[in-house]
Design a protein around this ligand. Structure first.
Ligand code: IPM
Ligand code: MN
Length: 379
């Protein structure tokens, strides 16, 4: 029987739709080669829709999106829309309503890509940031008292539930077990003593169940030094929502920029679809020009294939990306020298001519091969 997957495509704003079509191109090319089917449904949500009739997202949209096996997500954000409307109202709402409690962000230096860290080599940079994706500083709406007055007070507290913390920690241990067996907790336990203790205790409990995984702890500020200088120290880094947001941009810089940084918002309960999106935003300044690098979106599409249970296809897409990057390293830089569409064509062509061949052994230890094993059976 041919496997068939229904994909919701939410291109969103700015460069989102451009890079998403290239991700879709790679996914469809892989489907043809590896013999599975993909049906797509487009969702027109984002700034244009909001400016047209004030609609952001409602329960009916969420119910429609929930029917799909996965969501390919572009980017959201537009200077014409007040800050927070689309970020809190759409992205964060989707992550939370679809119970995508984990955000997986690989930090991998592909061969040929130049890192701003001068002497960094691909062998030294292959780690996963596992970001708690539903709470922490992101949960609370917060409140402001006496706004506009000298005595104004803004409240924005961090919410941490044992359930979410244990989930992200357990998932990270299971990932580490399938990789180099090293887990690092990144937090700020010396200042955020309550939230920090909850994470530290969850790690301690899980460590007892996974004695083969070596455990380490790094404060988030120190992480900003260790991550660029000695990324080889890290395999799986588990952290809270806001810290994960921040260190994953740092990770993206180290691996050659936001043009190559992918992510997966995972629902690990099988109660709804997971969502795959580049770490970068909508970059409205370059939208529509064909300058955006689609590699991050393509790699996010590959993470989607891996999660859905097509690891060979996922790995083939990653290899195709890596081979194109090796040939044309400028693709990882700010001035790619090729259009968004051209880069997507190169990846699809590479997939067709060399399905499954990587550049040497540089891609051993890819997350693409282990992701599906962490997914619960479909309800
Ligand atoms: C990200 C983004 C989002 C976040 C914004 C757009 C809400 O920065 O995916 O990293 O903070 O999570
Ligand atoms: Mn971010």
């Amino acid at each position: 029987m041919t496997n068939s997957y229904s994909l919701a495509v939410l291109g969103g704003d700015g460069i989102g739709p451009e890079v998403t079509s290239e991700a879709l191109k790679a996914v469809l090319a892989a489907a043809e080669i590896f013999g599975f089917e993909v049906d797509r449904t487009d969702f027109a949500l984002g700034a244009d829709r909001f400016l047209e009739d004030g609609h952001v997202i409602d329960e009916a949209d969420i119910a429609e999106l929930s029917k799909h096996d996965a969501i390919l997500f572009g980017a959201l954000g537009d200077p014409r829309v007040p800050p927070g409307v689309l970020e809190r109202g759409l992205i964060l709402r989707l992550r939370s309503r679809l119970r995508q409690s984990i955000n997986l962000r690989p930090v991998r230096l592909y061969p040929g890509v130049r890192s701003p860290m001068r002497d960094l080599t691909p062998e030294r940079c292959n780690l996963l940031i596992v970001r708690e994706n539903s709470e922490g500083m992101y949960t609370s709406e917060g409140s402001t008292l006496w706004r506009g007055e000298n005595r104004a007070v803004a409240l924005q507290e961090s919410v941490n539930t044992l359930e979410a913390v244990s989930n992200v920690v357990d998932f990270s241990f299971r990932l580490a077990e399938r990789r180099r067996k090293k887990l690092t907790l990144c937090h700020k336990t010396n200042v955020l003593v309550h939230a920090g203790a909850m994470y530290a205790e969850a790690v301690e409990r899980a460590a007892a169940e996974h004695p083969d995984v070596e455990v380490d702890y790094v404060h988030v500020d120190a992480m900003c030094q260790h991550l660029p200088l000695t990324p080889e120290r890290f395999d799986v880094v588990v952290t809270d929502n806001l810290f994960g947001d921040i260190i994953s941009d740092l990770g993206a810089t180290i691996q050659g920029g936001l043009g190559v940084a992918s992510s997966a918002n995972l629902n690990i309960t099988a109660s709804g679809p997971s969502m795959f999106e580049a770490v970068h935003g909508s970059a409205p300044d370059i939208a529509g020009r064909g300058w955006a690098n689609p590699m991050a979106a393509i790699l996010s599409g590959a993470l989607g294939l891996a999660w859905l249970g097509e690891p060979d296809a996922a790995m083939a897409v990653e290899h195709a990306v890596a081979r194109v990057l090796t040939r044309l390293p400028a693709l990882a830089g700010p001035a790619m020298g090729h259009s968004t569409e051209k880069v997507g064509d190169l990846v699809a062509a590479e997939l067709q001519t060399h399905p499954g061949e990587g550049p040497d052994d540089a891609l051993t230890g890819s997350v693409m091969g282990v992701l599906h094993g962490l997914r619960p059976a479909r309800a």
